[in-house]
Ligand binder design. Structure first.
Ligand code: SIN
Ligand code: FE
Length: 308
């Protein structure tokens, strides 16, 4: 299977015929990357000044922007430069959203806009421990922001001014990967979720789904043999192109490249054309139980703390 599904068009707010919309949703939910070979996020003259790794604070992987709170992180820029960086991040967030709105209107209706990120540092130079090392194949899962099965949809635009591609590896289908690792993943221990939340380590309730996705993310990244020998292919996303993928479903790894934008969207499972393709449905099928139900033990513990 070709891991990429090409979608033609050179406008983020263009109009897509219904058969193209159907093909896009089907491919995306089936674990493909939607690739837009003619869709470039063009930087204006001002923004091109940010094509410099020194925009990053040197510690973070990315400059990140949270549209809902207006908080910009990961950069040491100050004053007017900081404002202009923020405006550029906002512009990418709005541009990526326009693409989802026109191509995937059934997702757009209940979409939550997540973080926007700008990655001006060469992938090979990014500091990291193995858990944070995105050059190891992984599915995305957030340690501090549980999502109870909601999908992670990401839009990427390569803005490299020297024409360099963003090199990724793409791995095997989610179900095969889950079947391989599930037997070795530790089970959540009683009270763990509640403890995480009570101590402020997670924003919200870490469901069994979040637990298994995080364990899958860590275990895949930590398995050197798997990293080298599992079914995989290398893909280069050329400069001045855009792509979109459910990164909670498709094992991916960033191997090389510099200057990338990324926008995260959270999509409720019920918006999908085929909810049975979601990692939540796949894991629940493999484990034979619900992964988002709250066990009564946790509820009891919560009540007893409130009472004391
Ligand atoms: C990732 O999403 O894991 C990394 C993607 C990239 O920076 O190219
Ligand atoms: Fe990732």
């Amino acid at each position: 299977m070709d891991p990429l599904e090409n979608i033609d068009g050179d406008r983020f707010d263009g109009v897509f015929p219904v058969p193209v919309m159907d093909r896009a949703a089907h491919a995306l939910e089936g674990g493909k990357v939607l690739f837009f070979p003619r869709l470039a996020f063009a930087l204006n003259a001002d923004e091109r000044g940010f094509l410099d790794p020194r925009c990053s604070d040197g510690r973070s992987k990315n400059v990140s922007y949270d549209l809902s709170s207006g908080v910009l992180k990961g950069t040491t820029l100050a004053g007017g430069e900081r404002d202009r960086m923020q405006a550029m991040m906002l512009r990418f967030a709005q541009t990526a959203r326009a693409l989802v709105a026109t191509l995937l209107p059934m997702y757009e209706r209940q979409l939550r806009v997540g973080r926007t990120s700008y990655r001006p540092v060469e992938v090979k130079d990014r500091p990291s421990s193995y858990r944070k090392d995105d050059s190891r194949l992984h599915v995305d899962a957030f340690p501090t922001r549980p999502n109870q099965g909601e999908r992670i949809l990401r839009v990427f635009s390569n803005v490299n001014p020297a024409g360099r591609g963003r090199i990724w590896r793409l791995g095997e289908p989610f179900e095969i990967c889950a079947q391989r690792f599930l037997p070795s993943l530790r089970r959540p221990f009683p009270g763990q979720r509640w403890l995480l939340r009570a101590t402020g380590l997670t924003a919200g309730y870490r469901s069994d789904y979040d637990h298994y996705m995080l364990a899958l993310h860590d275990t895949m990244k930590g398995d050197d043999h798997y990293q080298r020998h599992c079914r995989q292919c290398e893909v280069s996303f050329p400069a001045a192109t855009t792509w979109m993928v459910f990164t909670d479903q498709v094992p991916h790894a960033a191997m090389a490249g510099q200057y990338l934008f990324e926008q995260t969207f959270h999509v409720p499972v019920q918006c999908l054309q085929d909810p049975a393709t979601a990692p939540l449905a796949v894991l629940e099928r493999l484990l034979g139980r619900s992964l988002t139900a709250r066990p009564s033990g946790d509820a009891l513990q919560k009540r007893s703390i409130r009472a004391s």
